[in-house]
Design a binder for this molecule. Structure first.
Ligand code: ATP
Ligand code: MG
Length: 403
């Protein structure tokens, strides 16, 4: 597999005397000690990793762990104190300002949490902005902008102003603007964090779908476990400026490298005896009941989901048997199509698993699954559902109980 980005011994010191801070680091002083003695902050400490061409590489960690610093070092929005950043073989850290500007324009795009759209420009012009700056002529950049707006589902909104769009749509414009320059590397810092859970899942799906078609290299910062697991081919976990572990979601779950990582995924590999029934949750998942004639008040179900901030609900009949899963969108679409039966809104993507499924198989299942998994017994009775979050919470709890 070709390596798109290679980072070697990369450091960032924030403060007036980085040389001193670097000496203190070599002398073995910690980030905390250096801060106490000098007021300087070690943003990133000795980062070494590579990102493969076509992969989504997620940087994850608590607030202040250095994620934004590290991703910004890659395009030198933050100047490195020490180390190398090889991009397609060229060292970004050593590049002239001119070469850097050229690179940012043509081959690197960044998407931020705040959408950063220009309020006085139309969606089309916002999307074409990078191309305009790069000197592409009007006709060509409009064609390209419409093409990428189409990819993010916003072609019809090209002539609207940003303020006329919802937050989710504005972030789609942000994404389209980044895509417009056809970058081989995209840097996304908490790009979906400002969105509500539904919109966020939608954007993750959109990104994965675009990724299937276009296979760009993406570095994505997230502090959200579900998001990291869902979209990441590999994940780097950061703590105090260091990368403490890099691996696929599955590898990290099964073999957390130290206590810090383990705290994220407590006890997963020692719980080999757990089965799906043990982790199925009824409290954190919503159940709806179709009436006996198969009809149901979908409006009420939608309300229920909204109120509970849930993305999905499970339909269970009066005998407690699992019928199907619905989302707000699936019900809205069903109603818009003139159907009245809840069954018409069942999502094909969500299939139940049986209660006896071993935890390790369940993890394999759930790591790449954006949906909650309903769990049923041999008579198809609904026992609850499992999501990545429920699974991890539940196992952290088990661990604590057994210590
Ligand atoms: N411009 C700056 N000047 C001084 N210190 C900074 C600067 N930017 C970041 N830091 C410090 O560097 C460390 C890493 O910050 P960074 O913003 O990279 O963390 P993060 O993981 O992105 O956090 P969050 O999840 O809150 O966005 C923190 O201790 C922070 O206070
Ligand atoms: Mg940050």
């Amino acid at each position: 597999m070709a390596e798109k980005v290679v980072v070697k011994s990369l450091y960032k010191v924030y403060g007036p005397n980085p040389t001193l801070a670097m000496q203190m680091l070599s002398a073995g002083l910690s980030k905390e000690e250096i801060f106490k003695q000098t007021g300087m902050t070690i943003g990133v400490k000795d980062a070494n990793f590579h990102v493969n061409e076509g992969e989504i590489f997620v940087l994850m960690g608590l607030s202040g762990s250095g994620k934004s610093t590290l991703i910004r070092l890659l395009n030198r929005l933050v100047e490195p104190t020490h180390g190398q950043i090889l991009l397609g073989g060229n060292d970004v850290a050593a590049m002239s300002k001119k070469a850097l500007i050229e690179l940012r324009r043509k081959d690197l795009a960044m998407v931020f949490q705040s959408f950063a759209l220009l309020p006085h420009l139309s969606v089309l012009r916002n999307t074409a902005f990078g191309l305009e700056v790069a000197g592409v002529d009007k006709k060509a950049r409009e064609i390209r902008a419409l093409e990428v707006l189409d990819q993010v589902g916003l072609k019809a909104f090209a002539n609207q102003m940003p303020a006329e769009l919802s937050g989710g749509m504005q972030q789609r414009v942000g994404l389209a603007r980044a895509l417009a320059v056809d970058p081989s590397l995209m840097l996304m810092d908490e790009a979906f964090s400002a969105l509500d859970p539904l919109k966020r899942t939608e954007m993750q799906e959109l990104l994965l779908q675009l990724q299937k078609e276009q296979q760009r290299t993406i570095v994505f910062v997230s502090h959200d476990l579900d998001e990291a697991f869902h979209i990441g081919n590999r994940i780097a976990i950061m703590e105090g400026g260091r990368i403490v572990q890099i691996g696929t979601p599955d590898e990290i779950l099964r073999h957390p490298s130290d206590e810090y990582v383990r705290a994220f995924f407590q006890g997963v590999d020692v719980k080999k005896y757990l089965i799906a029934r043990d982790v199925a949750d009824r409290e954190d998942t919503l159940v709806v009941h179709p009436s006996s004639d198969g009809r149901s008040d979908m409006t009420a179900a939608i309300e229920q989901l909204r109120e509970a901030h849930r993305n999905y609900a499970f339909a269970v009949d009066t005998d407690g048997r699992y019928q199907g899963a619905v989302s707000i969108d699936s019900m809205l679409q069903t109603m818009a199509a003139g159907h009245r039966s809840l069954a018409d809104a069942y999502l094909q993507e969500i299939a139940p698993v049986t209660q006896a499924m071993a935890l390790k198989d369940l993890i394999g299942h759930i790591v790449k699954n954006p949906f909650p998994l309903p769990v049923i017994d041999a008579d198809t009775h609904y026992l609850g559902a499992v999501t990545q979050t429920i699974l991890l919470k539940r196992m952290a709890h088990e661990e604590a109980d057994h210590e």
